[in-house]
Unconditional design. Structure first.
Length: 602
């Protein structure tokens, strides 16, 4: 079967020569294969007439067209299509009572669409967007699969579903009141008191929703989902904006649902969290914005490993032409004196309500320093002192020459630029004609295809990559990237990590990366700096140290241990109190960099 997709935000027939129409060989022979639809003024392609020559794909100046061929038998698995020449979703994850179904996959392959269908928000049309099927027809389509009884119940309203949406930033626009008001109004299970404590909402309990930070809003959204008395809980990306400790707390409260035999389906890009929470994994693969296919269910370890390896053995399908690989041996810190970028003594800085102390330390050129610690603990304040933007109250910072700093802030959703991405890069001084910028930054981050898009229309992940490029594309000695992995899928996190590592080395700079995804930190950091204390009140920064030492210091603070998967070497969280957890804590005193260990309790 052939799928022709026209990206409607890219297609602009008023700004091109209608190349897709003029060059189509079928059109030239007198038939109507490609045309402009008058309703929305976008190109349409007939999938019946198209021969898949690929000429329109190449000729379109805005790269708006994708045409792919899938095996004919796939057509019977079509679950949903949003409209003509739009994205197609094949197959669905299968919810199971008492099990957490984890979904892993790239951005734009239909994860959120799947959750919306399973929650009943979106009725699947089996591809018939102009003649939607009845529930009876839909149920017949899923005959013989576990989804048949599921959809029967869903259509009879015998299943009540609740969805924690992926995007939470806009919730305060339509929900008003304090955290307490909001939760107590919808609390059907009498859980709000427990969740207040388990999700650490005490401090903001009486606060109005419009003053919550990203992490507070996320915890409120999760609490608001869990207090509903539903049969299925669909949770789209619960980790965004949360620090490591909060991610674990969230994992624990979601786990409790399985005790009550609820259905739970979860989408998550933090591999440690996904691994820790899921019982079963579905991989959704495909081409972003064009099509997505849900894989067979797999056990959690095997499923995540298959995803990382890029190969689905049972289906005999390669989903990526490279493996996502981990390095078990942490790099040692370069300690060659000429490579020193700067050093500092013990320093302190006081604001009206906040006190920061940082212990003496030094950083080297070519180093990527992973910064671990909660929000509001003084990380940005510290880097601003290094770059001499603000002065410490006590202590000194010495460097051989004045250092320049380039910064990507944590919150990028406020970026409001009225123009295309190309204009934006020109405006902030990124030299797009430089071959270095193109080969090291623009192409690896796949921004070349987004240049003509309006910045305001970019998705969270696209905007994030654009802002990373804008920060790294400037000349500086110190780069600070605050939560660069938010909104990115696993592949993109890996790509961003490689870009950061390479550029930092090439430019002989040092890059600070603040990040709460421990697995992503493992890809990107060559050393670690840990901040501890009481957020918003006082912070203590330890000097940068080796990856192993830093991870150990941090994880000890948080009280969790990681083991290594023997096959892919990826870090996995040990269950609290398990044999390995106790052995690593008590005997090895290694919270992170253990070799691949056998679990002797088995
Ligand atoms: P994911 O959650 O995996 O990132 P989504 O399910 O949100 O992906 O989206 C998959 C594709 O469907 C995207 O290309 C998106 O543009 C498209 N899409 C999502 N919602 C709509 C809609 N309401 N109308 C048309 N296309 C949509
Ligand atoms: P982090 O980067 O770890 O999230 P920051 O360094 O941005 O933390 O901030 C630490 C604390 O210092 C916060 O409570 C913040 O409100 C406060 N703070 C930061 N800059 C200033 C300033 N210029 N004046 C007063 N308080 C500030
Ligand atoms: Mg999504």
């Amino acid at each position: 079967m052939r799928i022709a997709v026209v990206n409607s935000s890219l297609c602009r027939p008023t700004k091109c020569m209608k190349e897709c129409i003029r060059f189509c060989p079928i059109n030239r022979s007198g038939a109507k294969c490609v045309w402009i639809d008058e309703k929305d003024n976008k190109a349409r392609i007939s999938e019946q007439l198209c021969v898949g020559c690929g000429i329109c794909i190449k000729k379109c100046p805005f790269t708006a067209i994708s045409i792919v061929n899938l095996p004919e038998k796939m057509s019977k698995n079509l679950v949903h299509r949003y409209g003509p020449n739009s994205f197609e979703l094949f197959r669905l994850p299968i919810p199971k009572p008492g099990k957490i179904i984890g979904i892993i996959g790239g951005n734009g392959v239909g994860k959120s669409t799947s959750l919306k269908i399973l929650s009943g928000i979106l009725k699947p049309n089996l591809g018939r967007y102009d003649d939607p099927p009845s529930w009876d027809e839909i149920i017949i389509r899923f005959r013989g699969s576990e989804l048949q009884p599921y959809f029967e119940k869903l259509s009879n309203k015998d299943i009540k579903a609740v969805l924690k949406p992926q995007v939470i930033d806009n919730i305060p626009k339509f929900v008003k009141g304090t955290v307490r008001d909001i939760l107590s109004k919808i609390d059907e299970r009498g859980l709000s008191k427990d969740l207040k404590q388990e999700l650490s909402l005490e401090k903001v309990w009486e606060r109005d929703i419009k003053y919550l930070s990203g992490g507070e809003l996320q915890r409120l959204a999760i609490a608001a989902t869990l207090v509903k008395d539903a049969d299925i809980y669909l949770i789209d990306e619960p980790s965004s904006y949360l620090d490591v400790r909060e991610r674990l707390k969230v994992a624990k409260v979601i786990r409790l649902l399985t005790k009550e035999k609820k259905y739970v389906v979860l989408v998550e890009h933090d591999l440690a969290v996904l691994d820790y929470l899921s019982d079963i994994i579905h991989i959704i693969y495909g081409e972003p914005g064009v099509y997505g296919i849900t894989s067979l269910p797999r056990g959690v370890r095997v499923g995540i490993n298959a995803f990382l390896q890029g190969f689905l053995r049972e289906e005999n399908i390669r989903i990526r032409d490279y493996k996502i690989e981990f390095n078990i041996r942490p790099p040692e810190r370069e300690s060659i004196k000429e490579n020193k970028l700067l050093e500092w003594s013990d320093i302190s800085k006081c604001f009206k309500d906040f006190r920061l102390i940082v212990k003496a330390g030094e950083i080297y050129r070519g180093e990527v320093i992973g910064v671990l610690g909660p929000n509001g603990i003084g990380k940005t304040t510290f880097v601003r002192m290094l770059a001499n933007i603000i002065k410490p109250d006590n202590g000194y910072i010495t460097s051989t020459w004045p250092v320049k700093m380039s910064y990507k802030p944590q919150f990028i959703s406020q970026v409001s630029y009225d123009g295309t991405l190309r204009d934006f890069f020109n405006e902030v001084g990124i030299n797009l004609s430089s071959s270095f910028i193109n080969s090291e930054l623009i192409r690896p981050l796949r921004l070349n295809l987004l240049m003509e898009r309006y910045v305001t229309e970019l998705s969270g992940g696209e905007l994030q990559r654009a802002m990373i490029a804008a920060a790294l594309g400037k000349e500086a000695d110190i780069y600070l990237l605050d939560e660069p992995m938010a909104y990115l899928d696993v592949e993109q996190r890996y790509a961003v990590a490689r870009v950061i590592r390479r550029l930092t080395e090439e430019k002989r700079a040092a890059t600070f990366v603040v990040e709460h995804d421990i697995v992503a930190m493992d890809f990107v950091a060559t050393s670690i700096m840990v901040f501890v204390g009481n957020p918003g009140i006082e912070g203590l920064g330890y000097p940068p140290t080796s990856l192993r030492e830093g991870m150990n210091m941090f994880l000890k603070e948080v009280g969790i241990t990681f083991r290594r998967d023997p096959e892919t070497l990826r870090p996995r969280i040990n269950k609290e109190g398990s044999w390995l957890d106790r052995y690593q804590k008590e005997v090895l005193k290694e919270y992170y960099y253990t070799k691949v260990l056998e679990d002797k309790s088995k």
